[in-house]
Design a protein around this ligand. Sequence first.
Ligand SMILES: Nc1ncnc2c1ncn2[C@@H]1O[C@H](COP(=O)(O)OP(=O)(O)O)[C@@H](O)[C@H]1O
Ligand SMILES: [Mg+2]
Length: 469
Amino acid sequence: MTRALWTWDSLVPAAIGMAEGVPSQPITGFSIDTRSLQPGEVFVALRDVRDGHDFVLEAFRRGASAALVEMAYRKADGDGALIRVDDVLQGLRSIAAAARRRTDARIVAVTGSVGKTGTKEALRRCLSLMAPTHAAEKSFNNHWGVPLTLARMPADVRYGVFEIGMNHAGEITPLTALVRPHVAIVTTVEPVHLEFFGTTDRIAEAKAEIFSGLEPGGVAVLPRDNPHFELLAARAAVHGARVVSFGRHENADVRPEQWVLDAEGSDLTVRFGDRLISYRIGAPGAHQAQNSLAVVAALDALGVDVEAAISALAEVRAAKGRGERSRIDLVDGPLLLIDESYNANPASMRSALEAMATVPRAQYQRRIAVLGDMLELGEASGDLHAGLSAPVEAAEVDLVFACGPNMQRLYEALPASRRGAWAPASDGIRDAVLGNVRGGDVVVVKGSLGSRMAPLVDALVAKGQEARA
Ligand SMILES: Nc1ncnc2c1ncn2[C@@H]1O[C@H](COP(=O)(O)OP(=O)(O)O)[C@@H](O)[C@H]1O
Ligand SMILES: [Mg+2]
């Protein structure tokens, strides 16, 4: 039998709810989506894009142990045990707060403009090697993702790792109050979601909200090389945090002494305090190496054997849409595809182009970038797109295929020799890309999710399948 995550008798008061019935099976988790609900989970009937109350019966059909619903919900034939609350999201938050109260786990929260999920996953790997660890699924970092992750946390884990995201000022404060981290990491502050903020200073202020939830004696892990470091450190100090900085800056507390990037990963030797440790990261790119410095700082702050834990990074791999590399066999030889189609902003564009440049010319002769619009950048958008011509040049990209009204600015800023094709939308450059690529190319595909670059990745994979057929 699966071990229960919550007993009914502890969950009902945790939700500050009214029980109706009793579950006929142990409570194993929580789900907000019947399509992925596992038997034994409590279905949380959130009102989001759809009203979860319309799916309660379906949840019980799929084996839900109970459902968290509003007072007014009309019980249907076939429904199982219910917990009724005034507001379902508030009920979930109450459960989350109770989950936090009942555990002695050491908690890390990760925010930042980019690198949250990668850093969270790296910490999950490192900490799991040492002791039972609970961490957020995917990018569960918003007003429901954070409480859902807390509700799912077993009481007896030693470590918990949470991702906290935001699009607007004020969003992090209530989330960090729930998480109450011992260690709060800000990976970096970059012009992302600029249209909601106007300036990166305001973005830094919003990220700094994370310190308000720190436990007494907590640690703030901050990017020393970032122009907003001083601001972040000042805000952390207001909340009594001890600041540990990471980066290449000579005053950084965690600093790389050696930093060797290759096409498959990186080898680092890192100094912190009077210690020197070496480790390998199994995913390529300077951004991975940069994020690993924050991981070292957090592990040390948690009192973990850093050298033992960090060895787990050798097994890290870039995820689908976030730098995953695959070899595609075309009729005239192999092509290396770098799938960065999940998201894009100026910082991650630079890191992706830099990472492509680690692929040796001896192996893949021609560098091709297929780039879609970076969204939500507000007024500065045009300039930020045009400004990519510098990293394109630095990475010695041979050809750029671009799509979207913003990427037109980059396309026009490039010398004619670097221009592949441009179209208003991604389907408009599909044939040009497919017609141009050949064996011996390394191709990075990157853009915001809304720029629909993933179909171009699929088209390149399909071209490989055709070549084999
Ligand atoms: N420290 C960093 N600096 C610049 N780019 C980064 C950094 N960390 C990650 N990235 C880039 O951002 C993309 C998204 O990373 P991810 O960890 O999913 O960030 P988030 O969860 O903050 O959205 C990655 O594919 C990578 O290209
Ligand atoms: Mg994320």
